[in-house]
Design a protein around this ligand. Structure first.
Ligand code: AMP
Length: 456
């Protein structure tokens, strides 16, 4: 299918051509016609699927009034609510790009920066507003924003709003919207609370679902490295010795941790920057620009800061620490392998994180192959200790791998797997951790990632 077949107007087609988009992504194919017909939409999709364009393109077309007096006072006719500043900025950039040949005005507002430039821009008149919930409410309460003329409301990344504790702010905003409006609701996952919110604010929505959260993981090559917490930095450095890894997004759990990792890599001569909520907006943007231009090789990010990061052709993601929410793992690795490109995700797992690994594997429905062949491989003894195991029986090995919450699908547990995942399960069986307890000498010639190992 082509964009022409979606009945888009010429100025939008022209902009899409300049963006180099040749054909719509599956979510665009499904969502654009429904939105153009004025339907509410429930989109189950995550970043990387082209979902921003899926709502931005039809919104631009609906809001474009060819005979509009461009000097007339403008009112906010569309609002996109999104959880992070980075995402908000990128969404506004998308509107600007796809609406480049339209006389509409766009504005992005978010907290953590002075409000004056934002209120000045609001007073000049805006058609489409992209906002994070806190600053939006703040400016609404101060009387700078009225949403009474709103025609289209987009709630983006609803599940993330919930994770980040913004759901009450979101509900407060929704309470101020006109009842008669078109609502587009996007969420990568559908926890109960989000489903309930969708049910209350959508009117007979068209449902669009692409790449359910668990299937994203299938196209990304994943590997887990069992490693002691104290050896993680050595392992990271070891992996980065491979010069073919040009750009890596490293996920850390805390702001402090991400700073420390970036600093240590810097000391080791690897250009790295950290991005997290304590950094100023300018510092975050600068770090992102450096990473995109490849001036910085490693970007270390916390989940919140990384939410909106959109780097085309990012081939590697490393989970320095495993997240305790399994969906977060999927969001993280979804930063790579975008738009059909291949991607690789490495996860460092220490003894305490095995329970997280089990939860992740349960969600994605596959066993992540273990890479044993690295100089910091954990011994069986270390793996077994947290589970209170001492003797090395085959049974204990399985229990050690399964971690504290055993029974959720470790090795040989007899769970049914989808046929295409059998190879990966086998790979894991064949890659048991180093039993000798001795640290192997690094073997630089040997690539311990890549297809070869997976197909063992
Ligand atoms: P999103 O899911 O909105 O985060 O988009 C992911 C990436 O896909 C962004 O870099 C977009 O610029 C890109 N993209 C969106 N739609 C298309 C398309 N039809 N063809 C090629 N790239 C696209």
């Amino acid at each position: 299918m082509s964009f022409q077949e979606l009945n888009l107007i010429e100025p939008i087609l022209k902009a899409l051509q300049s963006e180099g988009y040749t054909q719509p992504t599956p979510i665009q194919e499904q969502a654009i016609p429904s939105i153009l017909q004025g339907n509410d939409l429930l989109g189950c999709a995550q970043t990387g699927t082209g979902k921003t364009a899926a709502f931005a393109i039809p919104m631009l077309q609906l809001l474009h009034r060819p005979h509009q007096n461009i000097k007339a006072q403008r009112h906010i006719r569309a609002l996109v609510l999104t959880p992070t500043r980075e995402l908000a900025i990128q969404i506004e950039e998308s509107f600007k790009a796809y609406g480049n040949h339209l006389p509409l005005r766009y504005l992005v507002i978010f907290g953590g920066v002075g409000q004056k430039p934002q209120t000045d821009a609001l007073q000049k008149g805006v058609d489409i507003l992209v906002a994070t919930p806190g600053r939006l409410l703040d400016l609404m309460n101060q009387g700078f924003i009225s949403l009474k003329d709103l025609e289209i409301f987009v709630l983006d990344e609803a599940d993330r709003m919930l994770d980040m504790g913004f759901i009450h702010d979101v509900k407060r905003v929704i309470a101020k919207l006109p009842a008669k409006r078109q609502t587009l609701f996007f969420s990568a996952t559908m926890p109960k609370e989000i489903q309930a919110l969708a049910d209350t604010i959508l009117n007979n929505p068209v449902k669009v679902e692409v790449t359910p959260v668990s299937s994203t993981a299938e196209k990304i090559q994943q590997q887990v490295f069992f490693v002691e917490k104290t050896n993680k930095r050595h392992l990271l450095y070891h992996i980065l010795q491979d010069k073919s890894i040009e750009s890596v997004l490293v996920f850390a759990r805390t702001k402090h941790g991400s700073d420390r990792i970036a600093k240590e890599l810097g000391k080791a001569g690897i250009k790295a920057e950290a991005i997290h909520g304590n950094k100023s907006q300018n510092a975050r943007q600068r770090a992102l620009t450096n990473f995109k231009s490849k001036a910085t090789r490693v970007l270390v990010a916390t989940d919140i800061a990384a939410r909106g990061i959109d780097v085309d052709e990012l081939a590697y993601v490393i989970n320095y620490e495993l997240p305790n929410i399994p969906e977060t793992y999927v969001h993280r690795i979804g930063r790579t392998g975008r738009a059909g490109l291949s991607g690789t995700a490495f996860s460092f797992c220490d003894a305490e994180e095995k329970a997280y690994l089990n939860d992740i594997e349960k969600l994605i429905g596959i066993k992540i192959p273990v890479t044993e062949d690295h100089p910091f491989a954990m011994t069986w003894q270390s793996l077994m200790a947290p589970a209170g195991l001492t003797s090395l029986t085959a049974n204990n090995r399985d229990r050690a791998i399964k971690g504290k919450r055993g029974g959720q699908g470790g090795m040989n547990n007899g769970q049914q797997r989808k046929p295409q995942q059998a190879g990966q399960q086998q790979a894991r069986k064949d890659q048991e951790p180093n039993l000798s307890g001795a640290k192997k000498a690094p073997n630089k010639k040997r690539r311990f990632w890549g297809k070869k190992k997976q197909q063992a």
